[in-house]
Design a protein around this ligand. Structure first.
Ligand code: GLN
Length: 417
């Protein structure tokens, strides 16, 4: 017997707060958040999302260094601030923080994010599953539970075909930055671990606190780090920004369905000309999003994207033997399942990418460009490009790469119940 599912139309107002938190400046960062939140309040968002390690800063190199910033899920500055925001704005608040947890085996540390509901209660505490090497430096543990989903209840947000409103729980997930990358940068790129998991689970809302690096950053793989550091310093000087990047100059972008609009974008630097988004010569145009970075995030959601070639793998029966071989490990490959070419077809999902901006240690430049994406589950027979030009992904809004700021949008999507 097949049960008839109801298609419901869901509307959510989402606010994304992009910050430049510097290590040792929790009080200053909290003060800027409070100032921003008092300006966000009148828009009445349903959800407010903050970056990975939103108050503490990111680049810790030892356990000793991170120790003063660690707290259990229900304690510490992130918890206090999220509860305050959630109750003041009557919203869900999501924020990344360094977690310590006393377990039978001793004290463990995690790179975590709390999800706090409008009553100020902890709905979910997610721990990063795939670690970046900076996380490993201070002894961070991987999430023992791996990728996870949870139910996020909302009152009166879903409309049925007769116009009747319903309370529903949205199938939600948190991902933290590196969770979107191949495991340890070693797993095959086409495994798309995070997005395959959530395509298989039918996750509808993905909340992504991040501290994602701009490609100019000095990393383990940088060939000439001292030259790269000079390039970073030169770029920031040219932009008349301090070595830690911009703080307190905000990029506002509010565009709501009721016609409310508010935009305030810091001046584009006059010294520069658009350079076809080429970042190799330095960090430039901080008032614009980093489109190559945004396209990379979109690519990593491959199972959610329309892709015409899936039909061929399906017809030529390439997929079935592969999935049989992988049986037990996973049931989809690049978005395809044995039963149909594209598992996500006709579904919807929203991804909220909340990245930080700014610079740490003169060498780690974060990419900003926080964005809200909608995957619409359409055009599966036509699309060939796995980037923002693919019509199955709608970029609902993006912030700049270099400035702190707030993005607020109404998102509308469909769920089956
Ligand atoms: N893949 C991410 C990057 O390269 C990882 C950073 C992080 O986990 N904070 O920026």
């Amino acid at each position: 017997m097949t049960q008839l599912l109801n298609r419901l139309n869901v509307k959510l107002r989402i606010a994304v707060v992009q910050l430049n938190p510097q290590i040792g400046h929790v009080i200053e960062t909290t003060a800027r958040v409070n100032a921003l939140v008092s300006r966000i309040e009148k828009y009445k968002p349903d959800i407010v999302v903050f970056p990975e390690f939103a108050l503490s800063g990111y680049s810790f190199h030892s356990r000793l260094q991170i120790e003063p910033y660690l707290s259990p899920a229900r304690q510490g500055p992130a918890w206090d601030l999220c509860r305050k925001i959630s109750t003041q704005l009557s919203c869900v608040t999501v924020m990344g923080y360094p977690e310590k947890c006393d377990e039978l085996t001793g004290q463990k540390m995690y790179n975590s994010a709390i999800v706090v509901n409008s009553n100020g209660e902890l709905i979910f505490n997610y721990r990063k599953s795939f670690l970046y090497h900076t996380d490993e430096e201070w002894g961070c543990c991987e999430n023992p539970a791996g990728f996870q989903t949870f139910e996020l209840p909302f009152a009166n947000i879903a409309r049925d075909a007769d116009g009747k409103m319903h309370d529903i729980s949205i199938k939600s997930a948190v991902g933290i930055c590196m969770d979107l990358s191949p495991y340890r940068f070693e797993a095959p790129f086409q495994d798309f671990e995070f997005s395959s998991f959530h395509a298989e689970k039918g996750t509808e809302l993905i909340l992504f606190p991040m501290a994602w690096l701009n490609s100019i950053s000095v990393t383990r793989d940088t060939e000439n780090p001292s030259q790269r550091r000079k390039d970073i310093t030169r770029s920031l000087n040219a932009l008349q920004l301090p070595l830690s990047g911009s703080q307190g100059t905000y990029h506002w972008d509010v565009d709501l369905q009721d016609g409310t609009r508010f935009a305030e974008n810091p001046e584009h630097s006059t010294q520069e000309k658009p350079d076809n988004h080429n970042e190799t010569n330095g960090f430039s145009r901080p008032a614009e999003p980093d489109l190559s970075n945004l396209n990379y995030w979109i690519l990593r959601f491959m199972p959610f994207l329309a892709y015409a070639d899936r039909q061929n793998w399906f017809i030529e029966r390439l997929l079935a033997p592969l999935l049989t071989k992988l049986r037990g490990l996973r049931s989809s490959y690049m978005g395809g399942v044995v039963q149909k070419p594209w598992l996500f077809e006709n579904r919807n999902a929203i991804a909220v990418m909340c990245n930080r901006c700014g610079v740490e240690e003169g060498s780690t430049v974060f990419a900003g460009s926080s964005s809200i994406l909608k995957f619409n589950g359409q055009h599966g027979d036509a699309e060939k490009e796995l980037d923002s030009s693919n019509r199955s992904v709608e970029v609902i809004g993006s912030l700049s790469k270099g400035y702190e700021g707030v993005l607020i949008r109404d998102v509308e999507f469909q769920v089956d119940r």
